[in-house]
Design a protein around this ligand. Structure first.
Ligand code: AMP
Ligand code: MG
Length: 520
């Protein structure tokens, strides 16, 4: 296995001089060197083949070298693994130093003209592990591996996942936080991203008034990942912030489009590149519900619920603005950028929803229609993915009743449709068809355009759970099958029709299918 090593983070930024793997506070450094834990019996479960190809690794994935390097058993020659130092706001409160407690950055490489950082998750304790063990269990690793790739193929900005391996070691977890600890299989995934820097990396230096390293980190990030910023002085940092705001807005807009709920949007889980990062107790909307969160830790406050994600993104950006302020020393430009976020989001949201509805007209009527569809979707439990995937079949010549029939299979409780709910939908479809008739495109053309933004296949919570249950019995075929389906989420793929169904009833309240804890 030959990798084209091009390290930057551990070449250009200050290291913690202490090389012992002891848990501690680390000051005036961006990272600490740490060697991955040696797994007792690593086995490869799954490789994302297209990603391997992009990294020029397609001929190596079955080799001993690949197994050893991406399980943490062997350090690739001339590389210097490390854990990053960062802080963050957790559930709205400043938590101080957090850091890579179970992520170890292996190396950065160049492949096919692109730059990538490769990082193991679950490869053992680091100076930032605090009271935890630095390990990951197979269920959360399957969820991270499959969802990262699924999101990529949905066109959502995200970190990627190259490989999923069992370590052969057991990990003790209290899955439900109810005092019942049990051993689970340990696993490691190799995450891939241009950079793993988070809002929290900047925040920690700012909180400690270490402005020298704050500047170091900002300059490093701009120099390597925001290459089109040419300005100098404070203008440079303002331009940087503007781009982070734009990228984060795009990311959350995609989440809303596909019905993804991150679940733990703490500032340490916000990528500076605007990529979806840290797949923990995330979930997918099945019944459309703005107030839904998959995370049990958040079940009371719903801080990170689906409908709150755009606002929380802004809240997180405000924290980043505070962290960058010492480099700019002027509040106005930062405030102006933050203010424009809301306006831009609203505009882009209408644009995105119009596309989901197949409309090109821009007017009050369309905005009204969008608001109403969101209300209607919450009248009775209605599957978001199926609704938007069936909607393109509605034709200009349809009556409201005919149109309503076409999306009928998205309802979970048909008995609840009688009366007011049906009335609301018939009214909505009457307006929708009216507006459709003013569209220039023929029905067929509009249908295919709508298919491009309304996926047929997403990683429903119960699908991941089926893959996990089988994997726990040594059967990895569902992982393989889901990976294949989710590679082409907008295609019909009739051979996989069984994955285009509403959540089965058995999954309604099953752990892992409806609610998830942070235990992973
Ligand atoms: P999260 O909410 O998963 O993003 O985690 C918050 C912090 O806890 C991060 O600093 C993680 O690295 C750390 N952490 C989470 N799980 C573990 C674990 N099993 N061992 C060590 N650190 C962990
Ligand atoms: Mg995290």
């Amino acid at each position: 296995m030959k990798l084209n090593i091009k390290d930057t983070f551990n070449k250009e930024l200050p290291a913690d001089p202490n090389k012992n793997n002891t848990r501690r506070k680390v000051f005036e450094a961006c990272y600490s060197y740490v060697t991955p834990r040696i797994p007792s019996h690593p086995t490869l479960i799954h490789v994302a083949d297209e990603l391997a190809e992009m990294l020029d690794l397609e001929r190596d994935t079955q080799s001993e070298d690949f197994l050893e390097v991406f399980s943490g058993k062997k350090v690739y020659p001339k590389t210097h693994p490390f854990a990053m130092c960062y802080g963050g706001h957790q559930f709205g409160h400043w938590a101080g130093q957090l850091g890579d407690g179970r992520a170890i950055n292996l190396m950065e490489i160049r492949a096919n003209g692109q730059h990538w950082a490769l990082q193991l998750k679950g490869a053992g304790a680091t100076p930032y592990s605090r009271t935890a063990d630095g390990l990951a269990v197979v269920r959360s690793s399957i969820r991270e591996h499959l969802c990262s790739e699924a999101m990529h193929y949905l066109g959502v900005p995200t970190t990627r996942s190259l490989s999923l391996m069992l370590t052969g070691d057991e990990v003790l977890r209290d899955m439900l936080y109810d005092g019942n600890q049990a051993y689970e299989k340990g696993a490691v995934v190799c995450r891939v991203s241009p950079s793993f820097v988070r809002f929290g990396n900047f925040q920690l230096f700012a909180a400690r008034k270490d402005h020298k390293n704050l500047k170091n980190l900002a300059d490093y990030t701009i120099r390597n990942f925001f290459k089109d910023i040419k300005s100098e002085g404070k203008e440079k940092y303002i331009a940087f912030f503007q781009q982070v705001v734009n990228n984060s807005l795009e990311m959350v807009l995609h989440w809303q489009r596909v019905g993804f709920v991150h679940g733990v949007m703490n500032t340490d889980n916000m990528s500076i590149l605007g990529l979806t990062i840290d797949y923990g107790p995330y979930g997918w909307l099945e019944g459309y519900d703005a107030n839904w969160t998959p995370n049990t830790t958040d079940s009371r406050n719903h801080r990170y619920a689906y409908g709150n994600q755009p606002g929380i993104t802004l809240w997180n950006l405000v924290q980043l603005a505070n962290a960058l302020y010492p480099l700019i020393e002027e509040a106005k430009p930062l405030e102006d950028i933050l203010e424009s976020y809301q306006q831009n989001f609203d505009l882009k949201y209408v644009e995105m929803m119009s596309k989901k509805l197949g409309l090109t007209q821009k007017n009050q009527e369309v905005e009204q229609l969008i608001e109403e569809v969101e209300q209607n979707l919450q009248l009775t439990e209605t599957d978001m993915t199926i609704f938007f995937r069936e909607l393109p079949r509605v034709q200009k010549k349809n009556t409201p009743q005919e149109a309503f029939q076409k999306i009928h299979k998205s309802f979970y409780k048909p008995l609840e449709l009688a009366g007011a709910t049906t009335d609301a939908w018939l009214k909505w479809f009457a307006k929708y068809i009216d507006i459709l008739q003013k569209e220039e495109d023929k029905d067929e053309t509009r249908k295919f355009k709508m298919y491009e933004v309304n996926p047929k296949f997403v990683l429903r919570n119960y699908m991941a759970q089926l893959a996990i249950d089988a994997a726990n019995k040594g059967d990895y075929s569902i992982i393989e099958e889901l990976y294949e389906v989710l590679k082409r989420p907008y295609n019909e793929q009739p051979e996989y029709e069984k994955w285009y169904v509403k959540r089965p009833e058995w999954a309604r309240n099953k752990v892992g299918c409806s609610m998830l804890s942070c235990s992973s």
